[in-house]
Design a protein around this ligand. Structure first.
Ligand code: NAD
Ligand code: TYD
Length: 348
């Protein structure tokens, strides 16, 4: 039995990764370390609560004593590190929180892993899950590949870039066996409704305006979260140590085109007249430092590990909308309280 630590498992992507691992690998005990910030929600993992090979650990990755204690106690053979502050707009409001969790928290985990295994790294892995935003912004053409120089523009991407550098430095300096992946924008069930797709689904349900930043001509490469979880499983098991893998959806959309597609699907699901949801589109002040375009060259993971996305964007969006309709209690719970304050600050 191997002990695997997944950090940030109560969040959006983490919950899909935890579920994949708990259900698939009965020879692993999965420990989910999460401090349950506004983005962490144990409701995301209700179905796993009684599984024998799963344990939730409530704690903060920046708490050195606690982190060292659990590494000593559970002797984690592998770490899949997803815990992070993850939202660009919040990073603009409060960069320090991002530096603390994303940079310091990652170093605390690296130190604990090093303390435990530096005499014998055999069979051990530290997998750091990161973002394509570390590469900065593309112009109208080109793709990010694993050799693209880092050029982060937001406090969020700067903190993730820094954490990637620390992981790589621990590999170079101490021989710590790491893997890194940099993925494009995810969407799907369980995503907190501050990110574009769930925010707009919720706003259409509540008949609230859809705040499109700037002219809406910003481009992102969208990937269904379950396809990302499959990629993480593959990279963790088959990836070559000390290497980076870019993960993307081969699926670029301009924000405004995506929003119009979403509106079209929502009109059908809500049984309302064509064009009703689009009436809510409102162009608002742009995000400062807004990256124009992200797009991933995912050929390395495709050729070397045989991964490609399974779910088309239309299918994925449709399943995502259904999930939010079927989980209206979840949506209601996460959009009460603190969310309302954030919404007012962000959208006035
Ligand atoms: P999320 O915000 O939904 O979840 C983050 C989780 O980490 C939450 O459960 C939160 O409670 C936990 N957490 C935050 N700070 C913590 C701390 N100090 N100690 C312990 N737990 C803490 O994020 P997500 O969208 O699921 O992203 C997960 C990872 O994937 C992040 O590292 C992010 O940078 C990366 N990523 C996200 C995307 C995306 O589109 N969402 C794309 C590429 C990479
Ligand atoms: P987001 O989901 O925040 O992801 P990221 O900034 O990490 O790419 O935003 C996706 C795109 O949608 C991005 O170009 C910003 C834009 N956006 C809006 O136009 N309005 C919004 O209210 C939000 C949250 C995002």
């Amino acid at each position: 039995m191997k002990n695997i630590l997944i950090t940030g498992g109560a969040g959006f992507i983490g919950s899909h990764v935890v579920r994949t691992f708990v259900n698939k690998y009965h020879n692993y005990k999965i420990y989910n370390l999460d401090s349950l910030t506004y983005a962490g929600n144990l409701e995301n993992l209700k179905d796993l609560e009684n599984k024998k090979n799963y344990k939730f650990l409530y704690g903060n990755i920046t708490n050195e004593n606690y982190v060292n204690e659990i590494f000593k106690k559970y002797q984690f053979d592998g770490v899949i590190h997803l815990a992070a502050e993850s939202h660009v707009d919040r990073s603009i409001l409060n960069p320090l929180d991002f530096a603390k969790t994303n940079i310091l928290g990652t170093i605390v985990l690296l130190n604990a892993f090093k303390l435990l295994w530096s005499n014998n790294w055999k069979g051990k892995k530290f997998y750091h899950v990161s973002t394509d935003e570390v590469y900065g912004s593309l112009g109208d053409s080109g793709l990010f590949n694993e050799k693209t120089p880092y050029d982060p523009n937001s406090p969020y991407s700067a903190s993730k870039a820094s954490s990637d550098h620390f992981v790589r430095a621990y590999g170079e300096t101490y021989g710590l066996p790491y893997l890194i992946s940099n993925c494009s924008n995810n969407y799907g069930p369980n995503q907190f409704p501050e990110k574009l797709i769930p925010l707009f689904i919720n706003n259409i349900i509540e008949n609230k305006f859809l705040p499109v930043y700037g002219d809406g001509n910003y481009t992102r490469d969208w990937l269904y979260v379950k396809d990302h979880a499959i990629a993480i499983d593959l990279i963790f098991h088959k990836g070559i140590k000390y290497e980076t893998y870019n993960v993307g959806g081969f699926n670029e959309y301009k924000n405004i085109d995506l929003v119009k597609l979403l509106c079209k699907l929502m009109d059908v699901k809500l049984n309302q007249k064509k064009g009703e949801s689009e009436k809510l589109i409102t162009y608002v002040k742009d995000r400062p430092g807004h990256d124009l375009r992200y797009a991933i060259d995912a050929n390395k993971i495709n050729i070397n590990l045989g991964w490609s996305p399974l779910v088309t964007f239309e299918e994925g969006l449709s399943q995502t909308i259904d999930w939010y309709f079927d989980n209206s209690e979840w949506l209601k719970n996460v959009t009460s309280g603190e969310y309302q304050n954030y919404y007012k600050t962000q959208y006035n």
